[in-house]
Ligand binder design. Structure first.
Ligand code: HEC
Length: 180
């Protein structure tokens, strides 16, 4: 009976108010905003650095080092989990056009506008030549993830998801034709 009465009085006829709030501290949480000071921590900063050795929940650590052997091993061991479909190829092109074409060129010939416009001085490798086309998919995946051995091409692992990296590899190996 009491519960019924409470249920009735908790609603107002006027739909512009929420009526009574029984546990306001739960309804309106006092979460600290990322960039506001926080008295609960010794350094007063809300956004604490994660404890050493921890990684984000869904992140899979990349275990091949940025050296010659690491790149070869990635080529020998890594297998794409992404099946070959038209949609994945299209996504590969999309990601390629955003992240690679400005250096490697729209057709992968090493003539992207950053290079031809002299904004980026290192010559990007042609992706259509045998040299890259003959590489195992895992090696290209490795280069996208960590960058080139010389460091002239930077890492893209933090910018492109693993799935999308494989789609770019698929696009490079299947749609950027080998030089005539
Ligand atoms: C800022 C310019 C730049 C961007 C962006 C870039 N690359 Fe490169 N890439 C280079 C340069 C320069 C080299 C040659 C590096 C070297 O010789 O060490 C290279 C080399 C490569 C190689 C050959 C590596 C090897 O082992 O010889 C591959 C494969 C490659 N890039 C693929 C890609 C793909 C795929 C993307 C997009 C995800 C990309 N690159 C984005 C500049 C770039």
């Amino acid at each position: 009976m009491i519960i019924c009465m409470l249920a009735l009085v908790s609603c107002r006829r006027d739909h512009n108010t929420t009526g009574w709030v029984y546990m306001p501290d739960m309804a309106y949480s006092e979460a600290a905003e990322s960039y506001t000071p926080n008295p609960n921590f010794a350094d007063s900063i809300t956004m604490q650095v994660p404890p050493e050795g921890t990684i984000p929940k869904e992140m899979v650590p990349y275990r091949y080092p940025l050296d010659f052997d690491g790149q070869k091993q990635a080529g020998a061991e890594l297998v794409s989990p992404v099946p070959m479909t038209g949609i994945h190829l299209m996504r590969g092109k999309e990601v390629y056009d955003i992240f690679c074409a400005n250096c490697h060129g729209p057709e992968g010939r090493g003539d992207g506008h950053l290079y031809t416009g002299k904004l980026f001085t290192a010559k990007p490798t042609s992706l259509v030549d045998k040299y890259v086309q003959d590489k195992p998919a895992g090696e290209i995946y490795h280069v996208i993830t960590l960058g080139s051995l010389s460091g002239l091409m930077g890492p893209h692992g933090a910018m492109i998801s693993p799935q999308d990296r494989w789609k770019v590899v698929m696009y490079v190996k299947n749609r950027l034709s080998v030089n005539p």
